[in-house]
Design a binder for this molecule. Structure first.
Ligand code: SF4
Ligand code: SF4
Length: 74
């Protein structure tokens, strides 16, 4: 399972990450963050491939994705 997190206090709710996620994992929260925006949040972690496209898109550098390492075949 990938590790995905948003620095909610940076998010301005622009929806770029939500719109560009190829797996439709993200959504906008219905709760305001500390700076008065509705932040992005994960809603279907099981579909996330840890591609990090969302982190690359975010103009606020608000998303952190820890990429999954592939297991070596033995
Ligand atoms: S890492 Fe990729 S699949 Fe996961 S939420 Fe971000 S854009 Fe979607
Ligand atoms: S791209 Fe960044 S600022 Fe925009 S909604 Fe997603 S986390 Fe928030």
């Amino acid at each position: 399972m990938p590790v995905w997190s948003v620095r909610s206090e940076r998010c301005k709710g622009c929806r770029l990450c939500v719109e560009f996620c190829p797996r439709h994992c993200l959504e906008i929260s219905n709760e305001l963050n500390a700076i008065g925006y509705y932040p992005a949040r994960m809603h279907d972690a099981g579909k996330c491939t840890s591609c990090a496209l969302c982190a690359d898109m975010c103009p606020e550098a608000g998303i952190i994705v820890v990429r999954r390492k592939r297991k070596k075949k033995t």
